[in-house]
Write a protein of this length. Structure first.
Length: 591
């Protein structure tokens, strides 16, 4: 290939060494793979060359063909780099090793010109050794813009207010827009102004406010009702506006009506047995719907002072539930739910009862595995899941609820303690940031293997638990063959390995929960996929299509699917070929 007209960059010259998680990880191994592959393409805007546009590339899969066989480990530093296009909008990146990469065009406010294609400004490319991938192109157009202001009931600007944007289809159905620039541009500034950019052409409605809905990551205040442009709380009256390419729809303002009057609820957290104040916890409060007593979604949290006092300001009139929240699991307290109602004034004297919950302590040990895993026990966390019975007068009809707790970090010597558990049937799952292949092999108590969830009584202290973990190294390497047509450009195939039907029935009874469930893998553009870190056993491997719409969302399709039964052996690789017949769905639809 003639590299003259391109801005050329060598992968070896722009390798960036990441420091993330290296403090506890093994020293990165030297990457000696041959670097003989390349990627090239062109970036255009409205059909014209995008000059000096940034193009990024990042390696995403460190264990593709040949990597595991060569003995290389997961903790190699992934390749990452950036180049720019030349005067004709072309780029070329050379010196790449075999592997999977994400190539992206960094042009904010621009969108893909072809609305039927994947709307993201990135492409996933899988390279074989020595392969030269060409025409990884990005044809872009400038997206549309919506701008306006959000004002309070007295015309005051609403600062740092989050808006919700919805795309409206031809049938009038609305879908929450989740495009690439929506979060950074959908919050008002100090003038109450917002400017949402990079929007695909289409019809939209917009809203702000609501019981926590306007500020999902800030908790919301509940002060203003959910309001649509221009100034209505009735969704049916929301004004639909059309956004066109490279155009701005201005003055899309939202003005809230009269603010809801809010009140304060105050009280104390007391030990249910001693009556003494309980410090170092928080009180979690959630509103209940007026119509059906379900939760409304609005919630808030208050920190308890050293005398057990708490205050919950900014609550509209309504019914609420409060309970303690020991976010760090330090005190070992849990508690009952306390209900209260606000009508037309502040309330005080709320008592939230707390009591010492049950605890489970023990040790985590690694069976087999390399020294890296055994020396990194502090990266492992044990998550308890408690299936507690709800109160019921008739034991035969007693219902159950499952409650999750803050996971407990394992110490360097493998020990762990989980505090503040409700009575019930406790199971355990494993969380690990560095070694996704770790699985629970068995759980023992005082040397006896446990198979069913542990029955825990109120306040009981369970000791002598031993959780044995291992590195699952089974692997499925697959190839998808497409027949009966051509795969649409906007489709993305995924492979999923799961236990056969019936293998995980009544999983809640197992002491090791959520284990051995298989996993997902993307199918690359050559029809290949790898499912890793699988324990030995029988699996069903399914292949199905996903599609990304112009709003940036991703959903599964009512498309042809295919599956095969596979036997996985420990420390071994199983090959499977799955044939996906694109014409099968069409034939079924004709029946």
């Amino acid at each position: 290939m003639n590299t003259g007209p391109y801005r050329l960059v060598s992968a070896l010259s722009i390798l960036l060494f990441a420091a993330t998680n290296q403090a506890h990880a093994q020293t990165p191994q030297r990457d000696n793979r041959p670097r003989t592959a390349s990627i090239s393409g062109r970036v255009t805007v409205a059909g014209k060359p995008a000059v000096n546009a940034a193009v990024t590339i990042t390696e995403t899969d460190l264990r593709l063909d040949g990597v595991a066989a060569s003995g290389m480990s997961d903790n190699r530093v992934p390749f990452s780099g950036k180049t720019r296009t030349d005067s004709d909008g072309r780029y070329l990146i050379t010196g790449l090793a075999q592997g999977r990469y994400v190539v992206g065009a960094v042009l904010k406010a621009f969108i893909i010109a072809d609305r039927s294609a994947d709307p993201s400004l990135s492409r996933t490319v899988t390279l074989d050794e020595g392969e030269a991938r060409e025409k990884i192109d990005f044809a872009l157009i400038r997206g549309g813009v919506i701008s306006g202001k959000v004002m309070g009931d007295e015309g005051r600007p609403m600062i740092a207010k989050r808006l919700q944007l919805y795309a409206v289809d031809e049938q009038g159905r609305k879908n929450h827009y989740q495009g690439p620039f929506i979060y950074e541009s959908s919050e008002t500034d100090d003038r109450g102004a917002y400017r949402i950019f990079g929007l695909p052409p289409g019809r939209y409605i917009i809203s702000a406010g609501g019981e926590g809905g306007g500020d999902p990551l800030r908790g919301g205040t509940g002060k203003f009702a959910l309001t649509y442009h221009p100034d209505t709380t009735d969704e049916k009256q929301a004004r639909v506006f059309e956004v066109k390419e490279e155009s701005e729809v201005a003055d899309v303002d939202i003005r809230f009506g009269n603010a809801k009057k809010t009140y304060e609820a105050a009280g104390r957290v007391l030990d249910g047995e001693t009556g003494k104040p309980v410090p170092r916890v928080s009180v979690f409060c959630v509103a209940k719907s007026e119509k059906d007593a379900s939760f409304s979604g609005y919630s808030t949290t208050a920190i308890v002072d050293h005398q057990g006092n708490f205050r919950l300001p900014g609550l509209p009139a309504g019914r609420y539930q409060a309970r303690i929240l020991d976010s760090l699991s330090e005190t070992g307290y849990t508690g009952d739910i306390t209900e209260f109602e606000i009508t037309n004034d502040n309330i005080s004297g709320i008592e939230v009862k707390a009591f010492l919950g049950a605890s489970v302590s023990g040790v985590v040990t690694v069976e087999g595995g390399d020294a890296t895993v055994k020396n990194s026990l502090q990266q492992i966390m044990i998550e308890p899941n408690v299936r507690a019975p709800r109160n019921s007068a008739d034991a035969a009809t007693e219902s159950y609820s499952t409650r999750s707790y803050m996971p407990a970090r394992v110490s360097a010597d493998g020990s762990f303690t989980i505090k503040g558990l409700l009575a019930g049937q406790v199971s355990f799952s494993l969380m690990n940031a560095l070694f996704n292949s770790l699985q629970i092999k068995r759980i023992e108590r005082d040397g006896v293997e446990l198979r069913e969830a542990v029955d825990v009584r109120p306040g009981e202290k369970i000791t002598g638990v031993r959780i044995v973990v291992f590195q699952a190294n089974g692997r499925i390497r697959g190839q998808v063959q497409i027949v009966g047509g051509k795969l649409p450009d906007e489709w993305r195939l995924q492979a999923y390995a799961s236990r056969p039907s019936g293998a995980l029935d009544e999983d809640w009874k197992r002491v090791a929960s959520f284990q051995n469930r298989g996993g997902f893998a993307e199918v690359d553009e050559k029809g290949r996929f790898v499912l890793e870190a699988l324990p030995a056993g029988e699996y069903e491997v399914s292949v199905f299509a996903m599609v990304r719409d112009v709003q940036g969302g991703q959903s599964s399709l009512d498309s042809p699917r295919a599956k095969e039964r596979v036997t996985v052996r420990e420390n071994d690789e199983t090959a499977v070929t799955i044939t996906l017949d694109l014409a099968r769905k069409e034939k079924e639809d004709r029946r």
